[in-house]
Each structure stands twice: as structure tokens, then as C-alpha cells.
Design a protein around this ligand. Sequence first.
Ligand code: HEM
Length: 283
Amino acid sequence: MALTGLFLCTFLVGHLAGNLQLVFSTGEEGKRAFNEYAYFMAHNPAIKLLSYVTYISILFHIVDGFMLTIQNKKARPVGYAYNKPGANSSMASRNMAVLGTLILVFLATHMANFWWKAKVSEDKFPLHVKEISFQQGNEMTGQVQKQTIKLYLTTAGNYVPVDGFIVKNKTELYEAQLNAQKVDLKMGEGYKDLHSLVFAFFGHDKTKQGFPINDLALAGLIFYVISMLVLGFHLWHGFSSAFQSLGVNHPTYTSWIKKLGYGFAILVPGLFALIPIVIFITK
Ligand code: HEM
């Protein structure tokens, strides 16, 4: 539990750093920067491997947690006659299983809303597609026709209508399209617009009047903020407890590890919660 828990803490730091770009990078450039980052994370082999370690760690952490809770219940099927738990344990430490289960509920919805759409359901996902119109002349008839084609924006910020061919202006675009027709090449793949996905999820419709009580984005915001509170409580005990389980017990260091754990438990979930709050208010 300790090893997987600490590994998941490092995942949280990385995930947070990446997602904070949603708040700090603004405009079209910011959008592209975030999508490029997401593309890199999804395609880099080392990061892919790290992703699998994350999935396995989550699974082990959950299974271990359930088994530990069952063992503890079996070890003392009848409760203490006199029980004053607050005297020597924190509320968080006594409710780790409940907090963990709530985080599991959060993770299930989070994966369904973001991970599934980003990684699995290709078809319904909004790709970063741009439509470009240009004039096309017909040499035989002398007529000029307006053409519109769809292009995928690459991570480098170029439009790719043909595999391996990068377009810099409209003439090249037109030639590329003609070449594509001649040799029947497929359109190159661009990146998925994860930025728009997250903003569509948390951004509330400002055109609606009054308190947005029926706004799904508000429900999403409240759910995320409460889930981050739960995560904070889980980490409040879990962070330093992991070091203790690994045998790190020292008169000086232990008090510092506890302080570090409390800081981590406030800062990381706090900043995670800030992301939907900022998107909800500003979008
Ligand atoms: C507001 C905060 C958050 C946002 C905007 C966010 C956004 C995203 C997005 C867009 C993805 C899919 C793309 C990808 O796989 O990289 C994702 C995946 C994921 N998120 Fe989050 N996330 C947030 C908070 C969290 C928290 C607090 C946790 C854990 C408790 C978490 C756990 C995960 C996991 C495990 C994945 C799958 C990662 C992978 O495939 O490697 N996320 N998140």
C-alpha cells in the first residue's frame, strides 16, 4: 500500500503540473500548448509505460486496501467496550477505507468523462479540425469554384491534409490536396482537442439567466471540489503513514515527513480544485 500510494502521489504531482496549464496558458496558443502536451503524454513510449504502472498501482492500491480493511475487521469482530478514538488517532486515519472508496467513485467518473473519451472512444471525440476555403479554377471551362476542405492541425501547428506533407500556404495546400486525390493518400492525423473537452465539461453557460441551478457544469464543479476535499483527507494521513509503513521512523525526520504530508494534502488537492473553479468562473 505504501509503495503504490507514494507512486500515486508522484503521479498526482505530474498530472497536476500538466493540468495547471489549463489555467495558466490562455488563448489559442495556450490551447495548442496544452493539446501538444497531451499528445506528447499519449504518444511518448516512456510516458506510456509510466501510464501502465499508474493503472497497475491504482489496482493494487484498491485491492490491498480492501484486503487490509477486511483483515482489520476480522482481527476485532467485536468493538472495544470503551472507545475514545480521538485520543490517539485522527479522523482521517480512522476513515481511510471510506475516503478511498469515495476517491474510487471519483476516479470512475473521471475516467469515464476524460480518459475514455481521450483514449478509447475515437469517433465521438472532437478532433482539432479546421475548415479552409480556397478558390479552385477549372482550366477547361474557365470557371472558378469555391472549395472547402477539412484539415487536421498537427502538434507542430501545421495543417496536414496528406501524410508527411506540411502545408505553409494556400498554393501548397491546393497542390497537396490535388496530390492526395491523385495518389489516394489518407489525411494525416492531428491531435485530439483535450483542452476543449475539459472546458466544455467545466465551463458553464453564461448566456443563461439567474443562478445556474440546472447547469450540469455546476454539478461537475461541486463534485470535483468535494472529491478534492476527500482526496486531501486521504493524503493527510496517507502520505506520512506510507513512510512509517516503509520503516522510516526517526525522531527528527518523522516530524518533518508529517509536516510535508500535511502540506502535500492541502496544496495538491487544493490546486486540483482550483482548475474547475477557474474554468467555471472565467469561461
Ligand atoms: C481538475 C482536475 C483534473 C483535470 C482537469 C483532469 C484531467 C484529465 C484528463 C483530460 C485526462 C485524460 C488524458 C490523459 O490521460 O492524460 C485525465 C486522466 C487521468 N486522470 Fe485526471 N484530471 C484532474 C484530476 C485528477 C485527479 C485528482 C486524479 C486522481 C485522484 C486524476 C486521475 C487521473 C488518471 C489516473 C488518469 C489516467 C491517466 C493515464 O491514462 O495515464 N485526475 N485527467
